[in-house]
Design a protein around this ligand. Structure first.
Ligand code: SAH
Ligand code: SF4
Ligand code: F3S
Length: 443
């Protein structure tokens, strides 16, 4: 029996995809477990995007440190963005960490673990301009085997003023298209029905002459029964060619996550987002003109440096204008090392940030409910993904627009459910909440 590896993942989808690469790199030495208490090695894959994300991990590491006191053979490693940002500070802390490995150095894990077994500490935080782990077959850690992530590019060099990612993830680099298509084919052959192409900036993918729209075409052609999603897109790179490809292929989901951050052009300039309010609204209009039913979601930051009440009002008005289906909303968190940290003052008082954030959340709640109400009475093809946590006779799936549809799944006389996880089914929407559509099976 091999020793057991437990990976605990924080942060964005890229980190979840990286954990599957980590598990693959270590699969000759470790089997994975879902239970940290029985593990021989715990790897915490971390996020630095906001201070709160780091504090959560630091608290968790204290728990692991006390677990180590009871089980001295347990080893704990910290990997991902916090490893890259804090480096040896972590090894020098009293958190009793054995290993610190940045996002581009996962191939050195086996040799670093040899060091650790020999009683030393292991660290590699070198960033790379070429590492994409492209030929590594991820060990899929998801439980449903319906939907999988495929990282297609790594890094980011947009240097938005508030953001640590360019420092923790290094330069942008794209993965070879053949390895991406092969991975999609192999997933489909193993029964997967949906892939999500991932990157900090997916639509700036570029490999030789192939751009993101071209890559989407190749992946969409793997099979009409394989759904294709992608995340995250930067508004500056939302090309007409991409919109055309989304419109042309029924299996490319009609959904885009298009983080706006702020509705004020003055704030967008301070944030160094490389577009303004008018550009963003024009791109949304272009998308809606070609794909009227496209789901649109976003990220918003409340209380960035210098944000006035008028700037905030502009964010609320842009949200109404676009009518987002869904949003991730955050209070600005000052990050050491960023342009904003060095050049601006984090001058919006915390209570003002909180109040603005709450107004943004309340508005989005209304917009999500309105969006869902517009879908009552419609019929959607959904991909069934799992059983509802509250009631095992209710299953759920998502439609092309990425909305969750919950429905009753009748038991057949032979004791099986009528539809199974991984099936495509038609559901008619009869009711909704702000978070979900409530449907019934049709036909
Ligand atoms: N690459 C993606 C975003 C990755 S980070 C993009 O550009 O769209 C995810 C989200 O975290 C960002 O869209 C932003 O809304 C938020 N975020 C990033 N840095 C932040 C900070 N310092 N404080 C608060 N929110 C932040
Ligand atoms: Fe951060 Fe901007 Fe890069 Fe997104 S595009 S990861 S917000 S620097
Ligand atoms: Fe966090 Fe790193 Fe992702 S900072 S959001 S885990 S790229």
């Amino acid at each position: 029996m091999k020793p057991l590896l437990f990976i605990e993942t924080y942060g964005c989808q890229m980190n979840f995809a990286d954990s599957e690469i980590l598990a693959s790199i270590l699969q000759d030495r470790y089997d994975t477990t879902q239970d940290g208490m029985e593990a021989d090695l715990i790897l915490v894959n971390t996020c630095s995007i906001r201070d709160h994300a780091e504090q959560r991990v630091l608290n968790r590491l204290k728990e692991f440190a006390s677990l180590k006191k009871r089980r001295p053979s347990l080893k704990v490693g910290l990997v991902g963005c916090m490893a890259e940002r804090l480096k040896e500070q972590l090894l020098e802390s009293d958190l009793d960490i054995d290993l610190v490995v940045g996002p581009d150095a996962y191939r050195s894990l086996p040799s670093l673990l040899d060091e650790v077994q020999a009683g030393r500490k292991g660290m590699d935080v070198l960033l790379s301009e070429s590492e994409t782990y492209q030929e590594i077959q991820p060990v899929r850690l998801d439980s449903n085997h319906v939907s999988a992530f495929i990282p297609i590019m790594r890094g980011c060099q947009n240097f938005c003023a508030y953001c640590v990612v360019p420092y923790t993830r290094g330069k942008e680099r794209s993965r070879d298209a053949r390895t991406i298509v092969k991975e999609a084919e192999s997933l489909f052959a193993r029964g997967y029905k949906e892939v999500t192409l991932l990157g900090q900036n997916v639509n700036s993918y570029k490999a030789g002459d192939l751009d993101f729209a071209g890559l989407m075409r190749l992946v969409a052609e793997v099979d009409p029964a394989l759904r294709v999603r992608f995340s995250t897109s930067h508004p500056k790179d939302l090309s007409d060619a991409l919109i055309d490809v989304m419109a042309a292929y029924p299996n490319i989901c009609k959904n885009i996550h298009l983080p706006v951050q702020s509705g004020s052009s003055a704030m967008l300039a301070r944030m160094k987002r490389k577009y303004d309010r008018a550009w963003y609204l024009e791109r949304v209009a272009a998308l809606r003109a070609r794909i009227p039913d496209c789901g649109i979601s976003t990220d918003i930051i409340a209380g960035f440096c210098g944000e006035t009440e008028q700037d905030h009002e502009q964010t609320l008005s842009l949200m109404r204008e676009v009518g987002y289906d869904f949003a991730f909303m955050f209070k600005y968190s000052d990050r050491p090392g960023t342009f904003a940290h060095k050049n601006y003052v984090d001058d919006v008082p915390d209570e003002v940030k909180s109040r603005r954030l709450n107004e943004i959340i309340d508005l989005q709640q209304q917009l999500s409910l309105q969006s869902n109400r517009r879908d009552v009475g419609k019929t959607f093809d959904i991909l069934v993904e799992g059983v509802s946590k509250k009631d095992k006779h209710r299953f759920f799936g998502r439609n092309s627009q990425n909305k969750v549809v919950v429905f009753d799944n009748p038991l057949l006389p032979d004791g099986r459910f009528k539809v199974r996880v991984g099936d495509y089914v038609k559901t008619g929407v009869g009711d909704c909440t702000a978070a979900t559509l409530l449907g019934t099976l049709v036909g």
